[in-house]
Design a binder for this molecule. Sequence first.
Ligand code: NAD
Length: 480
Amino acid sequence: MPNDRRSFLKLTGLAGIGVGTGSILKRFSGNRENDDTGLLLSPYERSKSPEFNMCGYTAPKLETVRTGFIGLGQRGPAHLKNMSKLENVEINALCDLRPDKVQSAQKLLEGSTHHPTLYTGQTDAWKKLCERPDIDLVFIATPWDLHTPMALYAMKHGKHVCIEVPAAVTVDECWQLVETSEQTRKYCMMMENCCYDFFELLTLNMARQGFFGEIIHCEGSYIHNILEEIFSKHAYWDMWRLRQNAHRDGNLYPTHGLGPLCQIMNINRGEKMDHLISMSGNDFMMGAKAKALAGSDDFFKPFADKHYRGNMNTTCIRTHTGRTLMIQHDVTSPNIYSRIHKISGTKGSALKYPLPGRISISSDDEWLPEEKIESLKQKYQPDIVNKVGELAKQVGGHGGMDFLMDWRTIDCLRNGLPLDEDVYDAALWSVISPLSEWSVANKSKAINIPDFTRGAWSTNEPVDLTISHKNLTAVRQIQG
Ligand SMILES: NC(=O)c1ccc[n+]([C@@H]2O[C@H](COP(=O)([O-])OP(=O)(O)OC[C@H]3O[C@@H](n4cnc5c(N)ncnc54)[C@H](O)[C@@H]3O)[C@@H](O)[C@H]2O)c1
């Protein structure tokens, strides 16, 4: 169990449910047989039918998408730059708590047609941005615990929202996003950019066309050594990311690995997750780093006695139809960057990271040669890559995937198409964090995963990979 049990309960949103399996069983074992965790029976399992199914929903077309941005630290400006390159996008408002961040974001727009109003200096200045009538879409790139409150407020004020990853940090927040999106019929997209990386898109289309046969098992991860950034006074605002790592133990950042795999497995769209188990080892890196820094800098003294998250977390998920997923998270050990993308099917497999993407077919015990992979790319590359891939690579941003995602989101809004990642995806991919925390705190016991679609998963259609409309969103210029 974590040292600070009360903080843990508050952070995971499991307060009032009881973390110990026994207490959960006692309180919520009423109406489900063979349930050995009870979480699905918690107040957070809203058993009623969806208010409205947002999967496949198309909001009224917006000829021009009027945007506002909250959170302009490291990540927010990346979306801002992409948006400034698109035709039929207006940037009407910028908000960050810190005035210098708003001003440097404004500088990025110098010489453009955008003249946004600035909001800064107060912790709730963002509310004024959400209340403006001349904004259709709010981008949120703030610390994790602000994502859901900001998104709820924006949706309630008639805005679509694009939230950075993860969309929520507690089970309850995940449900609030789902219910509010359904009630307001506003899109709530979690901007999982890894779904738009090139090998991930290629393998998604290949899986869709049956290349891998039945999908048996997938693996994903976020293994990225950002220890120095986490402890830097100049990276994350108010050391928010260090604080998250000091109070929670589980997979805090599951969505990069999970998103592309869920699309490949058609999770929420013909398939659903059933339960997970999660294990963390000890912390070998963060506590030692905090103590070392505290020795020469009083600023770090409050961080020196914290119980830090186990460096490596491994979470395993079983789906309704008996397939499995393994997701890992380690952002503090000296590893080679790896966002594992492994697909194992009845006819073939694929693997990317830490080496470049490779594909194999069943009769071979070897990877296909480079020329063969090139010809598969020609055959299976989805429309978005054919139409915007080269442009995206020129613009850059994680190799172009950020631009593909931002372009596609605006293009869907303008053409009355459903967004690729809906609120059920945002909730499900994010809920893995608090559920993994529960499992880690309970000796890796299994915990059921809520069905945010409340049954609609069985008839929801898979993400559409085709782009057949003519009114493609144009790009203004590509400089810097
Ligand atoms: N998808 C990706 O590849 C990717 C990459 C990096 C970060 N992210 C995500 O982006 C988000 C932001 O991360 P970051 O690295 O930019 O963090 P950051 O700390 O650099 O930026 C967060 C910004 O939020 C501002 N902020 C804090 N409280 C605020 C308030 N009340 N009102 C308005 N602004 C407020 C801070 O001043 C800061 O500028 C996180 O969710 C992170 O997980 C995603």
